[in-house]
Design a protein around this ligand. Structure first.
Ligand code: FES
Length: 263
């Protein structure tokens, strides 16, 4: 169940030069979240900007006991520029949690998570879910430079093994990644994959998954309007056994089986 709520900013601080971490005091009715779900944020409008729609943002952290909700974001457009102006004590209207989150089948004991940049923020809540369910998690964090790898401390704090891979050219070093993941598969240490966003990483995991019979899930990044399944702005094609089907990322997703996503 989603709800609209007024939250209060507790902090909104820079993280490693490229991202900001927004922590909100939020009412309990919006904190029954699942990893991979998202909120629609009514971002403040910076001066001179036109009014705009709510902006979808995946959940970075949630804690019903503490009454807190967190988002990690990069200032990349008018909406996030508006978010960056928020100060402690300011109000922010949020709508959520929305969409379908990640699942963790009983026989997925060894999990491998692979993402880059802000995709790691979307996967961050999975680390807590894996620890709560007693699963082993390896997080492969890809970045242009090691210091830009997101969420490393958070993954480690929840008991994950973290491997940072970096490349200066933005290529995600696919050959090195493939070798690294295949070695773990061969050692019997991967039951399922999780990823987010990047088409390049999706194709790599689809290929490895098909070769080795490993399932997994991806949180798709997609521009949205309503976020509620009504406007069809987020429809994308997916590959099912019988052919192509079209689904709304905001409603049927944003989490889908890796094998069905079309990069
Ligand atoms: Fe409107 Fe998905 S954003 S249907």
């Amino acid at each position: 169940r989603c709800a609209e709520a007024r939250t209060v900013v507790l902090s909104n601080t820079p993280v490693n030069g490229e991202y900001r971490l927004l922590t909100l005091d939020a009412p309990v009715e919006v904190l029954a979240c699942q990893p991979g779900q998202f909120f629609q944020l009514l971002c403040p409008e910076p001066e001179g900007e036109h009014p705009f729609l709510r902006r979808p943002m995946s959940i970075y952290g949630y804690d019903a006991e503490a009454g807190q909700l967190q988002f990690l974001y990069k200032v990349a457009g008018a909406g996030t520029r508006g978010l960056a102006t928020l100060r402690p004590g300011d109000g922010l209207n949020v709508l959520g949690p929305l969409g379908q989150g990640f699942t963790m089948a009983d026989d997925w004991q060894d999990l491998l998570l692979l993402a880059r940049g802000v995709g790691l923020a979307t996967l961050a809540p999975l680390a807590r879910m894996a620890q709560q369910k007693g699963r082993r998690l390896t997080a492969i964090c890809s970045a242009r430079r090691p210091e830009l790898a997101m969420s490393v401390d958070l993954f480690q704090g929840y008991g994950a093994e973290v491997i940072v891979v970096h490349d200066e050219d933005g290529s995600s070093a696919p050959d090195a990644l493939r070798a690294l993941i295949e070695a773990r598969i061969t050692a019997g240490r991967v039951d399922a994959f999780y990823t987010c966003g990047s088409s390049r990483l999706l194709r790599l995991l689809q290929d490895l998954g098909a070769r080795h019979g490993i399932p997994g899930e991806i949180a798709m990044e997609q521009q949205m309007a309503c976020g509620l399944g009504m406007c069809q702005a987020c429809v994308r094609p997916f590959q099912e056994a019988d052919g192509i089907v079209h689904r709304r990322v905001c409603r049927e997703g944003p989490v889908f089986p890796i094998a069905e996503a079309i990069a």
